[in-house]
Design a protein around this ligand. Structure first.
Ligand SMILES: [Zn+2]
Length: 192
Protein backbone atom coordinates (compact mmCIF):
# COMPACT_ATOMS: atom_id res chain seq x y z
CA UNK A 1 0.00 0.00 0.00
CA UNK A 2 2.78 2.40 0.90
CA UNK A 3 4.45 1.81 -2.42
CA UNK A 4 1.19 2.68 -4.18
CA UNK A 5 0.94 5.92 -2.23
CA UNK A 6 4.57 6.72 -3.07
CA UNK A 7 3.83 6.12 -6.76
CA UNK A 8 0.78 8.38 -6.65
CA UNK A 9 2.85 11.12 -5.01
CA UNK A 10 5.56 10.76 -7.65
CA UNK A 11 2.89 10.99 -10.34
CA UNK A 12 1.41 14.09 -8.71
CA UNK A 13 4.84 15.73 -8.76
CA UNK A 14 5.42 14.78 -12.39
CA UNK A 15 2.05 15.85 -13.75
CA UNK A 16 1.38 19.53 -14.36
CA UNK A 17 -1.30 21.01 -12.07
CA UNK A 18 -4.80 21.19 -13.51
CA UNK A 19 -5.60 24.84 -14.21
CA UNK A 20 -8.62 26.16 -12.33
CA UNK A 21 -11.71 26.60 -14.51
CA UNK A 22 -12.21 30.09 -15.90
CA UNK A 23 -14.80 31.97 -13.92
CA UNK A 24 -17.89 32.99 -15.87
CA UNK A 25 -19.12 36.21 -14.39
CA UNK A 26 -22.50 37.91 -14.65
CA UNK A 27 -20.87 40.45 -16.98
CA UNK A 28 -19.71 37.58 -19.21
CA UNK A 29 -23.25 36.27 -19.41
CA UNK A 30 -24.71 39.70 -20.18
CA UNK A 31 -22.15 40.26 -22.91
CA UNK A 32 -22.82 36.87 -24.48
CA UNK A 33 -26.60 37.42 -24.33
CA UNK A 34 -26.32 40.93 -25.79
CA UNK A 35 -24.04 39.98 -28.69
CA UNK A 36 -26.18 36.92 -29.47
CA UNK A 37 -29.32 39.09 -29.47
CA UNK A 38 -27.68 41.59 -31.81
CA UNK A 39 -26.59 38.84 -34.19
CA UNK A 40 -30.09 37.40 -34.23
CA UNK A 41 -31.69 40.63 -35.38
CA UNK A 42 -29.04 41.46 -38.01
CA UNK A 43 -29.28 40.59 -41.66
CA UNK A 44 -28.12 36.93 -41.83
CA UNK A 45 -25.34 37.72 -44.32
CA UNK A 46 -23.97 40.49 -42.13
CA UNK A 47 -24.27 38.30 -39.03
CA UNK A 48 -22.27 35.59 -40.76
CA UNK A 49 -19.52 38.08 -41.68
CA UNK A 50 -19.23 39.12 -38.04
CA UNK A 51 -19.22 35.59 -36.68
CA UNK A 52 -16.55 34.43 -39.13
CA UNK A 53 -14.44 37.52 -38.51
CA UNK A 54 -14.58 36.92 -34.75
CA UNK A 55 -13.59 33.28 -35.22
CA UNK A 56 -10.43 34.43 -37.02
CA UNK A 57 -9.59 36.82 -34.19
CA UNK A 58 -7.23 34.46 -32.41
CA UNK A 59 -4.85 37.09 -31.10
CA UNK A 60 -2.30 36.71 -33.90
CA UNK A 61 -2.74 40.12 -35.45
CA UNK A 62 -5.98 39.50 -37.32
CA UNK A 63 -7.55 42.84 -38.23
CA UNK A 64 -11.26 42.91 -37.55
CA UNK A 65 -13.34 44.39 -40.34
CA UNK A 66 -15.31 47.60 -39.86
CA UNK A 67 -18.61 45.81 -39.40
CA UNK A 68 -17.26 43.62 -36.61
CA UNK A 69 -15.81 46.65 -34.86
CA UNK A 70 -19.18 48.42 -35.20
CA UNK A 71 -20.90 45.29 -33.88
CA UNK A 72 -18.71 45.24 -30.76
CA UNK A 73 -19.18 49.00 -30.31
CA UNK A 74 -22.96 48.67 -30.67
CA UNK A 75 -23.20 45.96 -28.01
CA UNK A 76 -20.84 47.90 -25.77
CA UNK A 77 -22.79 51.17 -26.11
CA UNK A 78 -26.02 49.32 -25.48
CA UNK A 79 -24.69 47.98 -22.21
CA UNK A 80 -22.88 51.14 -21.18
CA UNK A 81 -25.15 53.86 -22.53
CA UNK A 82 -28.42 52.14 -23.22
CA UNK A 83 -28.21 52.87 -26.91
CA UNK A 84 -30.44 50.86 -29.21
CA UNK A 85 -29.14 47.39 -29.92
CA UNK A 86 -29.41 47.39 -33.68
CA UNK A 87 -27.38 47.21 -36.87
CA UNK A 88 -29.92 47.45 -39.68
CA UNK A 89 -28.68 46.29 -43.10
CA UNK A 90 -28.26 49.79 -44.55
CA UNK A 91 -26.08 50.83 -41.60
CA UNK A 92 -24.13 47.56 -41.49
CA UNK A 93 -23.35 47.84 -45.23
CA UNK A 94 -21.58 51.16 -44.69
CA UNK A 95 -19.45 49.79 -41.87
CA UNK A 96 -18.62 46.79 -44.02
CA UNK A 97 -17.57 49.05 -46.93
CA UNK A 98 -15.03 50.79 -44.69
CA UNK A 99 -16.16 54.18 -46.05
CA UNK A 100 -16.79 55.87 -42.74
CA UNK A 101 -14.84 57.92 -40.24
CA UNK A 102 -14.57 57.90 -36.48
CA UNK A 103 -17.19 60.45 -35.50
CA UNK A 104 -19.68 61.49 -32.88
CA UNK A 105 -22.74 61.79 -35.07
CA UNK A 106 -25.78 60.39 -33.39
CA UNK A 107 -29.57 60.58 -33.25
CA UNK A 108 -30.91 63.40 -31.11
CA UNK A 109 -33.76 61.25 -29.83
CA UNK A 110 -32.50 57.71 -29.29
CA UNK A 111 -28.77 58.43 -29.19
CA UNK A 112 -27.93 55.84 -31.81
CA UNK A 113 -24.46 56.39 -33.29
CA UNK A 114 -24.40 56.61 -37.06
CA UNK A 115 -21.58 56.56 -39.57
CA UNK A 116 -20.47 59.56 -41.61
CA UNK A 117 -17.46 60.11 -43.86
CA UNK A 118 -15.20 63.07 -43.19
CA UNK A 119 -14.47 65.47 -46.06
CA UNK A 120 -11.25 64.82 -47.96
CA UNK A 121 -9.61 68.08 -49.06
CA UNK A 122 -6.81 66.13 -50.80
CA UNK A 123 -9.13 64.20 -53.09
CA UNK A 124 -9.46 65.38 -56.69
CA UNK A 125 -11.93 66.99 -56.62
CA UNK A 126 -12.12 67.47 -52.82
CA UNK A 127 -15.04 65.58 -51.29
CA UNK A 128 -17.43 67.10 -48.76
CA UNK A 129 -18.61 65.63 -45.48
CA UNK A 130 -20.97 62.76 -46.21
CA UNK A 131 -23.78 62.21 -43.72
CA UNK A 132 -25.31 58.91 -44.74
CA UNK A 133 -28.35 59.20 -42.51
CA UNK A 134 -29.74 62.70 -41.91
CA UNK A 135 -32.65 60.94 -40.18
CA UNK A 136 -32.21 58.04 -37.78
CA UNK A 137 -33.08 54.74 -39.48
CA UNK A 138 -34.43 53.45 -36.16
CA UNK A 139 -36.69 56.25 -34.89
CA UNK A 140 -36.58 58.93 -37.61
CA UNK A 141 -34.97 61.42 -35.22
CA UNK A 142 -32.63 64.10 -36.54
CA UNK A 143 -28.98 63.04 -36.80
CA UNK A 144 -26.16 65.47 -36.14
CA UNK A 145 -22.85 66.10 -34.46
CA UNK A 146 -23.38 65.36 -30.74
CA UNK A 147 -27.10 65.70 -31.49
CA UNK A 148 -28.24 63.72 -28.46
CA UNK A 149 -26.23 65.86 -26.07
CA UNK A 150 -27.21 69.10 -27.78
CA UNK A 151 -30.92 68.28 -27.49
CA UNK A 152 -30.98 66.80 -24.00
CA UNK A 153 -27.96 68.48 -22.40
CA UNK A 154 -26.94 65.23 -20.86
CA UNK A 155 -24.55 62.50 -21.77
CA UNK A 156 -25.98 59.18 -22.87
CA UNK A 157 -24.00 57.45 -20.16
CA UNK A 158 -26.04 59.40 -17.58
CA UNK A 159 -29.05 57.27 -18.38
CA UNK A 160 -31.57 56.45 -21.02
CA UNK A 161 -33.91 58.92 -22.60
CA UNK A 162 -34.88 56.47 -25.23
CA UNK A 163 -38.08 55.86 -27.06
CA UNK A 164 -36.76 52.30 -27.27
CA UNK A 165 -37.25 50.13 -24.27
CA UNK A 166 -33.94 49.36 -22.63
CA UNK A 167 -33.10 45.72 -22.75
CA UNK A 168 -32.66 43.81 -19.55
CA UNK A 169 -29.02 43.56 -20.48
CA UNK A 170 -28.58 47.30 -20.41
CA UNK A 171 -26.60 47.59 -17.26
CA UNK A 172 -23.13 48.61 -16.38
CA UNK A 173 -20.69 46.11 -17.77
CA UNK A 174 -17.12 45.47 -16.70
CA UNK A 175 -13.91 45.73 -18.65
CA UNK A 176 -13.85 41.99 -19.25
CA UNK A 177 -16.27 42.53 -22.12
CA UNK A 178 -13.71 43.30 -24.79
CA UNK A 179 -11.98 40.01 -24.02
CA UNK A 180 -15.24 38.15 -24.27
CA UNK A 181 -16.09 39.73 -27.57
CA UNK A 182 -14.13 37.06 -29.36
CA UNK A 183 -15.15 34.19 -27.17
CA UNK A 184 -18.87 34.64 -27.04
CA UNK A 185 -21.15 31.67 -27.48
CA UNK A 186 -22.58 30.78 -30.82
CA UNK A 187 -26.01 32.24 -31.40
CA UNK A 188 -28.64 29.84 -32.54
CA UNK A 189 -30.37 29.99 -35.86
CA UNK A 190 -28.42 32.92 -37.28
CA UNK A 191 -26.98 33.03 -40.75
CA UNK A 192 -26.20 29.38 -41.03
ZN1 LIG B 1 -33.00 57.41 -33.32
Amino acid sequence: MRSVIRRIRRLQRALPPIPPPRLVTEDDRRWAATTAALLRQMDPTHARVVREDLKRADGRGHQLNGLTIAFIACAWHHLRENQPLALPPEVAAIYLSGKYSATVYDCEDCGYDLPVLWPDPNAIPPTPLRVYFPQCPLCDGKVGWHAFYIKHRRYKSAGALLPHKPSQDAVECGATNSRNSVTMGEPTGVGS
